[in-house]
Design a protein around this ligand. Sequence first.
Ligand code: ATR
Length: 481
Amino acid sequence: MARYRRHVDLLELRVDFLTAEEAALAGALPGKVDLPVILTIRRKQDGGRFAGNERDRIRLLSRIAASGFAFLDLEEDLDAPALDRLISQSGAGVIRSFHDLQGVPDDLCERVGRLARSAREIPKAAVTPRCSRDLLLLLEAFEGLRHVPKVLLGMGDYGFPTRVLAPKLGSLFCYSSPPRQDAAPGHIDPESLDELYRYHRVDNDTEVYGVIGNPVMHSLSPRIHNAGLAALGLNAVYLPFLVDELTPFFQAADRLRIRGLSVTIPHKQSVIDLLARADRSVKAIGACNTLVRGRKGAWEGTNTDWTGFLSPLREAFGGSLPSGIGATVIGAGGASRAIVDALAENGGRVLILNRTPDRARQLAREFNAAAAALDDSGLEAMRGFNDLIVQATSVGMAPHSDEDPLPGYRFTGREVVYDLVYAPETTAFLTRALQAGCRVIRGRQMLLAQAFEQFRIFTGREYPLEAKKQFETRMDSRYPT
Ligand code: ATR
């Protein structure tokens, strides 16, 4: 309580998490804290831990119900007239709840509408969207219940945005619990909710941005974008959206009036089909990482990986790439395609090395580059292509941080070496380059540069310097989400 007091407005006591001895003291809590307290004893079938029978639970509730709790959370099927009388005499409110741990019921709207047994009760439903279609269903229920005071939320990763956006969507409150003590799937800790997502600033007018991907909850983008939005004092929030199917997600995005989206794996290619307009970078690279609303609200796509890649590189070369620079790109996947395009467009001569040499040759043909395998023949081919070496495979990424994509290559110390991997911050490959005296560019620099460019496209404002500073050192997890 002391740790999170300034972030919370209401406290829920989950008696089902307590030992029997602790539960015996539960009635003393409301008198000891300066917050309204909700009393809840959640059954296993509803996602809680209470394993006893219903009679025991009602007895426990009855014993402590009249101890000054502001609300009791009682399930829709709980039938205990004596308990109801006790509660109404005590002046406590009732949150009448149901939980769906499997999905989102088709009749969610009607069901929530029927929950309250009197005008004094607050209906509450916690459901579990398992896909983008379910998220859409849930948002439709929010719409249908717009004028009903209620608590409605989506558990799990697909439902996460409905937690942060509770005030915008018209849910009375949002549940939160300390890190690693998640009282329900998808809980976020109070500090992250309040400081990272600025929950207390969210209202009906809050603009929504986000990143779509699968997986996506580990993404660093919310940290970067929310810090920028906060520093500029904008009424906007940036959220991770777990997305399996694009079509229902975009319907959900319309309901939320999402203004801009970052796109990550595996949607960077497939999202192109849904765009009203794609710029040159998207067409050349065949991948799109940034979506904004154009005229009449239609989605337009661009790719900031391109600029994100070039901007730290230009800096390393004192402003612009030397003409005719010889570069080796390791890898022939989606990331390499963007890089080869950026280098070719800027007058670079490019050699592509890949574990599967056919893929290297294919990419090389499109961009008039050279190609070789990732072996001794590749090392040989690198002569004349080693002013710059770009590592664009996943080799060396945590937890395999000791792997080196090109162990046979001896750095001369004159190369600029760029590794796209950002975790760990300095890969084994870059460590070797540094030891040889090379200048290096870390994946984190590209990640930040592409995000700053995206921020400019989203908001029309430069990413604020004061927010940039906090990312100049480590970007590690102050927020445990
Ligand atoms: P991305 O969009 O991140 O580039 P991708 O399109 O799946 O992802 O491409 C992954 C790249 O990393 C490919 O060049 C791949 O080599 P193959 O074409 O031979 O598959 C490369 N890669 C992945 N794991 C690798 C490994 N263990 N050793 C060498 N190259 C690897």
